[in-house]
Design a protein around this ligand. Structure first.
Ligand code: COA
Ligand code: ZN
Length: 305
C-alpha cells in the first residue's frame, strides 16, 4: 500500500485561536496521545510574539519537554522571523516552518510586514536555519484565497514557492488558510506548482470552512501530493484571517486515505482518544465530519456487536 505522510498541527494551528488556553502539561498530554495514535510528525508550537498569540507563550518550555519525552518524534515549530528562529533553536528545535502569505494585506495582518518584507524575512530565516542544519518548511498561506484580497494570482504563488525553495525550504506547504478552495482549483494550482517544486517536497494544508477539505485532500492526492497537514478533531484556524474555521480533521483524512488504498500509520480509535481529550480540555464539541460515525463504530465494538 502506498503511504501518505501526515503532520498533525493541532498543538499549534489548533490551539493558537482557542478561547481557553491549555496548560503546558495539557499540551504535552495532547502530543503524547497523538504519538500513541501513531502520528509521527507534529507541529508542536510557534515562536511568535506572545502579545500576538498568548496561547503560544510557553513555546520554549513545551518544546523542551516534547524533545525530552519523545526524542523520535518529528516536531516542527512555526517561526515568523530571525528572532523566532533564535528562540526556537535555544529551546532545541530541529525543524522550523516560516509563514509567508501570498498577499500583501494578509502578511500585514499576520506578521506586520509587507509582502516584500515577508519574503525577505522568510528567506533570511530559511537560510539561517539551513546554516544551522535544521529541517525547514515554508508555508505559502492564503494560496487559494485571501480574506482581504481575494484569489492571489497563480503566477505569484508559483514565484513565492520557487523563492522559498531557493532559500532552502525542504518542504513547501501550500495553505488554504481560510478553507475557500474547491477541488478544481486545488488540482490546477498543485499541478502548476509541481512544475516548479518537486512533488516530494510539496505538502498541502487545508481548512474545512466550507466542508470541502476532504474533497480537496482527494484532489491533492490525485495531483500527486503525499504530504498533508491535518488537525485532530479539526481544531484550528488563524486568529488573523477572518472567517477561517477548523482544519481538515486528521480522522477525516485518515479514514478517506485508508479507504482509498493508502496507509497512514495512524490508528483511528486512538485518534478518537485524542479528540476526546482535546474536547474535554477545550470544553467544546470537536471532531471532523466522520467523527460521529467513528464514535458509533467504537461504541458498537465496545458493546461486542
Ligand atoms: N517571538 C517573540 N517575540 C518577538 C518575536 C518572536 N518571534 N519577534 C519579535 N518579537 C518581539 C520583539 O522583540 C519586540 O518586543 P518588545 O516590544 O518587548 O521590544 C516586539 O515583539 C515587537 O517587535 P517587532 O519586530 O516590531 O514585531 P511586530 O510587532 O511588528 O510583530 C511579529 C511581528 C511577527 C513578531 C508578530 O506579528 C507575530 O508574532 N505574529 C505571529 C502571527 C501568528 O502566529 N499567526 C498565526 C500563525 S500563521
Ligand atoms: Zn491553518
Amino acid at each position: 500500500m502506498e503511504q501518505i505522510f501526515i503532520t498533525d498541527v493541532s498543538p499549534r494551528d489548533g490551539l493558537q485561536n482557542q478561547a481557553l488556553h491549555l496548560s503546558t502539561a495539557a499540551k504535552l498530554e495532547l502530543i503524547r496521545l497523538l504519538c500513541l495514535a501513531g502520528v509521527s510528525s507534529i507541529e508542536a508550537t510557534s515562536f511568535v510574539s506572545p502579545k500576538a498569540v498568548p496561547q503560544m507563550a510557553d513555546a520554549a518550555e513545551l518544546l523542551h519537554q516534547v524533545n525530552q519525552a519523545f526524542p523520535a518524534l518529528r516536531s516542527s515549530v512555526l517561526v515568523p522571523n530571525l528572532k523566532g528562529l533564535q528562540r526556537a533553536q535555544a529551546a532545541g528545535a530541529k525543524e522550523i516552518a516560516v509563514v509567508l502569505s501570498a498577499t500583501d494585506m494578509m502578511n500585514q495582518k499576520n506578521i506586520n510586514m509587507s509582502l516584500a518584507a515577508a519574503v525577505a524575512a522568510s528567506e533570511q530565516t530559511l537560510r539561517q536555519a539551513k546554516i544551522n542544519r535544521l529541517r525547514t518548511r515554508a508555508y505559502i498561506a492564503v494560496a487559494f484565497e485571501c480574506p482581504f484580497e481575494g484569489i492571489p494570482p497563480l503566477d505569484r504563488v508559483l514565484a513565492l514557492a520557487e523563492q522559498m525553495l531557493q532559500a532552502g525550504a525542504d518542504e513547501i506547504v501550500i495553505a488554504d488558510t481560510i478553507g475557500a478552495a474547491a477541488p478544481a482549483a486545488v488540482k490546477e494550482r498543485i499541478t502548476a506548482l509541481a512544475e516548479v517544486v518537486p512533488l516530494a517536497k510539496l505538502a498541502i494544508h487545508l481548512h474545512d470552512t466550507r466542508g470541502m477539505a476532504v474533497a480537496n485532500a482527494w484532489a491533492s492526492l490525485e495531483a500527486g501530493i503525499r504530504r498533508f497537514d491535518a488537525s485532530a478533531g479539526g481544531i484550528g484556524g488563524c486568529p488573523f484571517a477572518p472567517g477561517a474555521a477548523g482544519n481538515l480533521a486528521t480522522e477525516d483524512l485518515v479514514l478517506m486515505a485508508e479507504h482509498s488504498g493508502f496507509s497512514t500509520g495512524i490508528n483511528l480509535d486512538r485518534l478518537l482518544t485524542v479528540v476526546d481529550f482535546a474536547q474535554a480540555e477545550l470544553q467544546r464539541p470537536l471532531g471532523g465530519r466522520s467523527s460521529t460515525w467513528l464514535r458509533r463504530q467504537r461504541e458498537r465494538r465496545a458493546a461486542g456487536d
